[in-house]
Design a protein around this ligand. Structure first.
Ligand SMILES: NC(=O)c1ccc[n+]([C@@H]2O[C@H](COP(=O)([O-])OP(=O)(O)OC[C@H]3O[C@@H](n4cnc5c(N)ncnc54)[C@H](OP(=O)(O)O)[C@@H]3O)[C@@H](O)[C@H]2O)c1
Length: 338
């Protein structure tokens, strides 16, 4: 089988196509012929040696794939050979064949292409966990989505619009037109303006009830300040860490030093809360993940879950795909096809 291997820590050129013996389905597993693999920011951090959950390099990353059922392992029922499916994969998604525990595999909605289906699992489950399961966003509340134009960002926007909340989003200015078309109420260019001042101006000094923040470092402190009473801050990433070389290491150390400490007594006095979410640490909570997935798949049927694929790259051009995301050009999802 064909795989994309992170051969060593480094820039996108360290990604190489490799051959490996064909995967076989183990007990309780479904073997999937992959037709589309989702790229996540975590894959880029893994390649840069900055993602603690990644397998040891050399490795094959990839958290999600869509394709057809090639074979079923012992004790697996409920799937047919040739059936179109989408799966959460604990690495190895950057392969043309992958074997996955059956409880992480879902029927692909007919209305979605394989590329769109590959854009569903990580982005929408993360956004659902942040906005619904942990953030408890309500119709009469407001939410600030950082990196609203990214994969998780657009998924969060779909869910927030469905709930009926007022939406604020930070993103590079070039993405604002698209975000408004997708229904974002207030776009903030966090790269050229002080996003916190803009948010406070827009909310007449109040702030919002929910902020989801994957930037990390000092941004978490500022996000906490952007919460109004009863506000919740959901932290779920450290994009600020991305980059290579000595200068980046120094910048990263500075960001680590800026991580705020949250004290129960001061949270109680200010009526604010902080929570964290890491989908990659939820493998033991399959029942919850399946419940969240059911809600997302229902959203696909009802039309409010709209996975947006910006670009599709063949495996051979994976380096370009990673560079496209690293240079912040992507709107929504970037997908690989074998
Ligand atoms: N905890 C979890 O379970 C979980 C799950 C999925 C993702 N995440 C995290 O959520 C974040 C978004 O992930 P994603 O996969 O949806 O990616 P994404 O948002 O599509 O990532 C790319 C976008 O991030 C923004 N960005 C911010 N800082 C950046 C930097 N230093 N370098 C490059 N781009 C940067 C850029 O958009 P603009 O600058 O235009 O906004 C860029 O277009 C990441 O931090 C990821 O690790 C966490």
């Amino acid at each position: 089988m064909k795989q994309i291997v992170i051969t060593r820590k480094g820039d996108a050129s360290v990604l190489k196509i490799g051959e490996a013996p064909d995967a076989k389905p183990g007990k309780g597993e479904v073997l999937i012929r992959v037709l589309a693999s989702g790229i996540n920011f975590a894959d880029i951090l893994a390649r840069q040696g900055l993602y603690p959950d990644a397998p040891k390099i050399p490795c094959v990353v990839g958290y999600e794939a869509a394709g057809t059922v090639e074979a079923l392992g012992e004790d697996v029922s409920g799937f047919d050979k040739g059936q179109a499916v989408v799966a959460l994969v604990r690495f190895g998604g950057y392969s043309d064949v992958v074997s996955v525990p059956a409880n992480q595999v879902f029927a692909k909605p007919d209305s979605l292409t394989f590329e769109q289906a590959a854009a569903l699992p990580v982005n929408y489950l993360t956004a659902y966990g942040l906005l619904v399961a942990m953030g408890s966003l309500k119709q009469d509340e407001s939410v600030l989505i950082h990196n609203a134009g990214g994969g998780v960002g657009l998924a969060a926007l779909d869910i927030a619009k469905h709930i009926g909340a007022t939406t604020y989003g930070t993103a590079s200015g070039s993405k604002h037109g698209f975000l408004k078309e997708r229904g974002l109420d207030h776009a903030i260019d966090y790269r050229t303006t002080d996003w916190l001042s803009v948010l406070l101006d827009l909310t007449r000094g109040k702030g919002v009830e929910l902020i989801i923040d994957p930037l990390g470092g000092g941004n978490w402190k500022r996000s906490y300040k952007g919460l109004r009473s009863t506000g919740r801050l959901g932290v779920f990433g450290f994009s600020a860490a991305a980059g290579l070389g000595l200068a980046n290491k120094l910048r990263l150390l500075k960001e680590l030093a800026k991580i705020p400490r949250f004290f129960p007594l001061s949270m109680m006095s200010s009526n604010k809360g902080v929570f964290g979410l890491n989908l990659g640490h939820m493998w033991h909570e399959n029942a919850k993940i399946r419940k969240w997935s059911d809600a997302i798949l229902q959203g696909v049927n009802e039309g409010w879950v709209r996975p947006y694929v910006d670009k599709v790259f063949p495996f051979e051009r994976v380096a370009e795909a990673h560079q496209y995301i690293e240079s912040r050009k992507n709107i929504g999802k970037v997908v690989l096809v074998p």
